[in-house]
Structure formats: structure tokens, C-alpha cells
Write a protein that binds this ligand. Structure first.
Ligand code: BMP
Length: 274
């Protein structure tokens, strides 16, 4: 299966330039770690990114969480992305009609498409959401992930919903590079006519923690080994497992990022040799 090949080999076959760049970055930095920087102050946000930057392939943002957002923050974020060699993923979870998501993606306060290599969408509106987002993102060379599954207890994104998400992605491979999911999706929901032998969707997986099993609001954690080795996912997304409750403990944050990077990469090497 393609996912048992190295990230470098898989990069060669990607048609979307962002998917290719992400896999190349993972190989170059020997990291399949994405840090989700869910903090409310710009100062903490940039400090965390600067300190975890060397250990990640990707920084995931919820830009609307920042209470002191000013547009010059974007330039700082982009400078850090160049300095530390990582991609940016705004976890916007678009979920509206094509016309609306195209405006939300291109415009408003945050102008996400202008700086975020990757964004994501819920498949709930159907294929029109991809049409809307790709009208903005494709000319800029961006990539989209669909939320095929979620990490939370009681998630409704299961069964035929997940299968239909994969079918939607399969029909838009120029722009849809993979999924937010808990396992591999290659071949899911395919019919005999679909040529899926070489299918290679990127799987980015949140709900990763080494020290706890969940939080008080339905989040569920698995270890990097469970996610990368047992479930075949490509990128581990870690938030509070790295910065805990105190975004100012910078040395501890660097140490945890290093630890998750090492765990994620070891699980990947074990997958390659299994
Ligand atoms: P944490 O590791 O602190 O639990 O954060 C997980 C991050 O991943 C959050 O930003 C959340 O919005 C996101 N996420 C998730 O936890 N589960 C999903 O299924 C999809 C997500 O985007």
C-alpha cells in the first residue's frame, strides 16, 4: 500500500503541490508532528510557535481564538514558517454553502486563503463546499482536508457519512489532499469502477496524548504509536499534550514537543519496517 512507503516516496506521486510540500517537509525534518496552538494571546501564540518550530512539519491554528488579533500577526507567522520550515494549517472547519465558504475563506478579518497552506471543511453540505473553497484555494495552490471522522466521544461522523466524505474527496483530488480522521481512508467507499489501488490520502489525526486519555469535554486521546503504527495515520496533531495549561512555560513546551516528535517518528519508522 502507498502509505507503507516513505513520506519522500509518497511526495513524488502527489499532484497537489501543498500535499507534496508537506510530505517533503516531514521527510526533511524527520517529523510527523503538528502542534495545534490554541491560545488566546498573540504573545503566547508566537512564543510557542517559535519554540516548537524546529520539531514540527506543520502548525495548526484557530486564528479566531486570538483575542488581540491584528493582521500583522500573519506576517510574523509566515516569517516563523520560513525560519523553522513548517506549513500552516488553519483549522477553520468550514461548513456552509459554496458561495458563503468562498467568502469566509478569501475575505473577512482573517483572509485565511492568503496565508494558510491547508484548511479543512465538514462534508455535511455536499460537494458544493469543495467547489466553493477550491474556487479560491486552487489558484493559490492550497490544499483541503475533509473531516471524515472526529476524535470526540459520540461523534456523528461514522459509517456512511465517513464513506460519503471519502467519495467526495475522491472526486476532487486536485484540491482535496486528505482527511482529518482516526485511521486510513484509502479505498473506503470505493466501487469496482474506482481505480483505488494507488490511492494515497494524507491522514492528519487530532486526539493525540501521551499522558491522559481525554478531557472533561469529550475529547479522546490515543498515543502516537496507536495513531501512526496501528491506524496508519500520517500526521499527529497535538495541542494541550504539549503546552498544558500554561502557555508561558517555554522550556517545558520545547521538551514536550521534542518528545512527541520522537514518538511520532519512531512509530513511523516501525510502520515502514513492518
Ligand atoms: P488538544 O490536543 O489540546 O485536545 O487539541 C486538539 C485540536 O484538534 C483542537 O484544536 C481541536 O479543535 C482539533 N480537533 C480535534 O481535537 N478533534 C477532531 O476530530 C478535529 C479537530 O480539528
Amino acid at each position: 500500500y502507498p502509505y507503507q512507503q516513505s513520506y519522500a516516496q509518497r511526495a513524488l506521486k502527489q499532484t497537489n503541490s501543498t500535499a507534496k510540500l508537506l510530505l517533503e517537509t516531514m521527510e526533511r525534518k524527520k517529523s510527523n508532528l503538528a502542534v495545534s496552538v490554541d491560545v488566546t494571546k498573540t504573545k503566547d501564540f508566537l512564543a510557542i510557535i517559535d519554540v516548537v518550530g524546529p520539531f514540527v512539519c506543520l502548525i495548526k491554528t484557530h486564528i479566531d481564538i486570538l483575542e488581540d488579533f491584528k493582521h500583522d500577526l500573519i506576517q510574523h507567522l509566515q516569517d516563523l514558517s520560513v525560519k523553522h520550515d513548517f506549513l500552516i494549517f488553519e483549522d477553520r472547519k468550514f461548513a456552509d454553502i459554496g458561495n458563503t465558504v468562498a467568502l469566509q475563506y478569501s475575505s473577512g478579518v482573517h483572509k485565511i486563503a492568503s496565508w494558510s497552506h491547508i484548511t479543512n471543511a465538514h462534508p455535511v453540505p455536499g460537494p458544493s463546499i469543495i467547489a466553493g473553497l477550491s474556487s479560491v484555494g486552487l489558484p493559490l495552490g492550497r490544499g483541503l482536508l475533509l473531516l471524515a471522522e472526529m476524535s470526540t466521544k459520540g461523534s456523528l461522523a461514522t459509517g456512511s457519512y465517513t464513506e460519503n466524505a471519502v467519495r467526495m474527496a475522491r472526486a476532487h483530488r486536485d484540491f482535496v489532499i486528505g482527511f482529518i480522521a482516526q485511521r486510513r481512508m484509502d479505498g473506503v467507499g470505493a466501487t469496482a469502477e474506482d481505480a483505488v489501488e494507488d490511492e494515497d490520502f494524507l491522514i492528519l489525526t487530532p486526539g493525540v496524548g501521551l499522558d491522559t486519555k481525554g478531557d472533561a469535554m469529550g475529547q479522546q486521546y490515543r498515543t502516537p504509536k496507536e495513531v501512526v503504527l496501528d491506524s496508519g495515520c500520517d500526521v499527529i496533531i497535538v495541542g494541550r499534550g504539549i503546552y498544558g495549561n500554561d502557555p508561558t512555560l517555554i522550556d517545558a513546551i520545547a521538551a514536550s514537543a521534542k518528545r512527541y516528535m520522537a514518538e511520532g517518528w519512531a512509530a513511523y519508522l516501525e510502520r515502514l519496517s513492518s
